[in-house]
Design a protein around this ligand. Structure first.
Ligand code: NAD
Length: 345
């Protein structure tokens, strides 16, 4: 019997990469366009596993309904898992993820956004298409010699730091768990806020990091600071950011993620009225660039995501555990039978 997978929030590029990874038809995959939520969870009844992405809502009620419907595995096809109640899932249903698929994709996108913003490439592109070759208003600044603050020095943050060093920037780093022997210049968050010309976020969204950029932290930042967020939207309080931009305190914001993105990102709303006034206002600012959670979207990353996700499911089905299992006990206490190649429960 083939393992049956209900695949939620399926986009054209997901279907292509997963069909390619499943070319031998080892798995029976049903692609659903809709996101997983309390309203759609019944679609998963009778499947062995669900495959979900960043904006599927895997809350406690959804987890209970999945378990009741016979689903044994939640396979995240992403690294971040703030949208899954892993504490509630413990003991009920196993959760696996793709811990890394291409940290280069995200780090390179962060630098692409930064360069686009500070060299006004987004403005220049529109002007020259309209045969407007004026340079007025396009003055940027050199990255060389500037100080970048990097919050979160895991896989993506470290690659972003290497890219910044290539530009001759001074790097200040902050991480709750600093990497030993990394040679990085770790400082406090306050020092990042006070000294950095550019701040890039590469830490997970947790209760602790939610709204780490808010009115208080923006008040401490340098005038003209450029904020780059390719991590999770809710690291930044969007209303406070908007105020910071209107006060001319924040010089620019490069956002691949937005705290209320789940109902908007990944969909085509051209020709429609956007209900979210904060997002609409941010997008209308000349110094804000928004991409729609696309930092991961490279051929290499999509192929790695599909391979690792199917491998996680294969290992779980054949060996009864997965090396990439997520459980709140591992996260909270750092100890887990996983080390001994067993399930977390
Ligand atoms: P990682 O686990 O390798 O690194 C995360 C780092 O954050 C770790 O060093 C960890 O110690 C640190 N950290 C944890 N809590 C912290 C805190 N309170 N303050 C500061 N640092 C803290 O993860 P990664 O692969 O580098 O990914 C980083 C983030 O990027 C993910 O959490 C995810 O949300 C985001 N991401 C976004 C995209 C995208 O397409 N935009 C794609 C992949 C990942």
């Amino acid at each position: 019997m083939k393992t049956k997978i209900a695949f939620f929030d399926a986009k054209e590029y997901d279907i292509a990469s997963f069909q390619n990874a499943n070319a031998g038809e080892e798995f029976d995959i049903k692609f659903f366009e809709t996101k997983l939520s309390e309203d759609t969870v019944n679609l998963a009844n009778g499947y062995d596993a669900v495959c979900v992405f960043v904006n599927d809502d895997v809350n406690a009620a959804v987890i209970d309904a999945l378990a009741e419907g016979g689903v044994k595995l939640i396979a995240l096809r992403c690294a971040g898992y703030n949208n899954v109640d892993i504490e509630h899932a413990y003991g009920k249903i196993h959760v696996v993820r793709v811990p890394a698929y291409s940290p280069y994709a995200v780090a390179e996108h962060a630098m692409a956004l930064l360069l686009t913003s500070i060299r006004r490439i987004h403005k220049a592109f529109i002007r020259t298409r309209d045969h407007n070759f004026s340079l007025n208003g396009l003055t940027g600044f050199d990255l060389h010699g500037k100080t970048v603050g990097v919050v979160g020095t895991g896989k993506i943050g470290r690659i972003f730091i290497d890219i910044c060093k290539g530009f001759g920037m001074n790097v200040l780093a902050y991480d709750k768990f600093p990497a030993k022997d990394s040679g990085l210049n770790y400082v406090s968050l306050d020092e990042i806020w006070e000294k950095a010309d550019i701040i890039s976020f590469h830490c997970p969204l947790t209760d602790e990091t939610k709204h780490m950029v808010g009115r208080d932290s923006i008040a401490k930042m340098k005038k003209g600071v450029v904020l780059v967020n390719t991590s999770r939207g809710a690291l930044i309080d969007s209303e406070a950011l908007l105020e910071g931009i209107k006060d001319r305190k924040v010089g620019a914001a490069c956002l691949d993620v937005y705290e209320e993105e789940s109902d908007v990102f990944f969909h085509d709303f051209s020709g429609h009225i956007i209900e979210d006034d904060t997002l609409a206002r941010l997008i209308s600012m000349p110094n804000v660039i928004v991409t729609s959670h696309q930092a991961f979207l490279t051929q290499e990353a999509l192929s790695n995501i599909a391979d690792t996700t199917l491998n996680n499911i294969r290992q779980f089905v054949k060996e009864g555990h997965s090396d990439n299992e997520l459980c709140y006990k591992c996260e909270k206490f750092g100890k887990c039978p996983q080390e001994h190649k067993k399930n977390c429960f």
